[in-house]
Design a protein around this ligand. Structure first.
Ligand SMILES: Cc1ncc(C[n+]2csc(CCOP(=O)(O)OP(=O)(O)O)c2C)c(N)n1
Length: 332
């Protein structure tokens, strides 16, 4: 008689190399965001930024099974999604710093990093803006007979936008290969989900569009990976879209101008104690995938990659002023 395998989904499903890469990407996101914050304070970055510290599991676990042919659409808080999809942090920093070596030649900046070649259709400064784009990408995959899927990330604030309802309805009636991933970090700027949203769980809204809806602990890598795995399988089989709600938290303010008046220090500390990276790392150690020394080496490698990335961006050339309108639209 074979005993049931009670290990967490991720441990059962992915190879040690895949799991180590996932941990590395989570550390890369954390260090990228910290590096971005420091660079901003040093005056190297203009404008504002939206950091996803605390939400690393949602980005990395969701993108675990994607290939370059699969697509993602992202949000204004998109650095983590970009790294999870495999982006090079040096080119991301360069984009952020407005340099020619950036993903969009420095024309887009933090909120518009895209890399269409690897399926990253872009971050988006418009709340809910990625939802119709994801439906369009999934529609084209279906019409062209390809089997790629599109993962559509959006925040709890976007679930009350018209675009959310239109996108879910269209995806459902046409059975499109798209997975809607709501990163419910509890606030849309300073407005809590309780104040903005009539349902207790955003995943309940899936019922209105006859698609599966599930809410998972968004700081639990394995829980997210399992939910997204099932939704991707459903999408690739032609059965249509799903809605997944990852319950998570952003540790930092909404953007650089946030004074955190709408939440308490205790609430923030309580969520910080549920750090998704520490949790995943502990799980990998507990199941013998890595030991503490290897975990430290993975974290250190991520930190030095980020340092090198900042240096690359800092020393890269800015676009020539005569060329600033180039690369704004795709070139024929
Ligand atoms: C259509 C639109 N409305 C309003 C804004 C201003 N805005 C930027 S981010 C944001 C809050 C979004 O909250 P949520 O979707 O929960 O994402 P989070 O910031 O929590 O990651 C708002 C209202 C915008 N950028 N676009």
């Amino acid at each position: 008689m074979t005993l049931p395998d009670n290990r967490p989904f991720a441990i059962r499903t992915y190879s040690p190399d895949q799991l180590k890469e996932a941990l590395k990407r989570m550390y890369l996101i954390r260090r990228f965001e910290e590096g971005a914050e420091q660079s901003y304070m040093r005056g190297l970055i203009h404008g504002t930024m939206h950091l996803s510290i605390g939400q690393e599991a949602s980005a990395v676990a969701s993108c675990m099974e994607l290939t370059d042919a699969d697509k993602i659409t992202s949000t204004h808080r998109g650095h983590g999604h970009c790294i999870a999809k495999g982006a090079d942090v040096a080119r991301m920093f360069a984009e952020f710093f407005g340099k020619e070596t950036g993903y969009c030649h420095g024309r887009g900046g933090s909120m518009h990093i895209a890399d269409v070649k690897t399926g990253n259709l872009g971050a988006n400064g418009i709340v809910g803006g990625g939802l119709p784009i994801a439906v369009g990408a999934a529609l084209s995959a279906k019409r062209l007979g390809r089997d790629d899927v599109t993962l559509c990330f959006f925040g709890d604030g976007a679930n009350n936008e018209g675009a959310f309802h239109e996108a879910l309805n269209m995806a459902a009636i046409w059975k499109l290969p798209v997975v809607f991933i709501c990163e419910n970090n509890r606030y849309g700027m300073s407005t809590s989900v309780e104040r903005s949203t009539a349902v207790a769980l955003i995943s309940e809204r899936a019922a209105a569009y006859t698609m599966p809806g599930i809410t998972v602990d968004g700081n639990d890598f394995s829980a997210i990976a399992e939910a997204v795995h099932d939704a991707i399988a459903r999408a690739r089989s032609g059965a249509g879209p799903s809605l997944i709600e990852n319950l998570t938290y952003r540790w930092r303010g909404h953007s650089k101008s946030d004074r955190n008046r709408y939440r308490t220090k205790e609430e923030i500390e309580d969520w910080m104690a549920r750090d998704p990276i520490i949790r995943f790392e502990a799980e990998l150690i507990a199941h013998g995938v890595i030991d503490k020394a290897q975990a430290t080496a993975i974290a250190d490698a991520a930190a030095s990659q980020v340092e090198q990335g900042i240096e690359f961006a800092r020393t890269s050339a800015a676009p020539a002023i005569t060329e600033v309108t180039r690369y704004v639209y795709s070139e024929a």
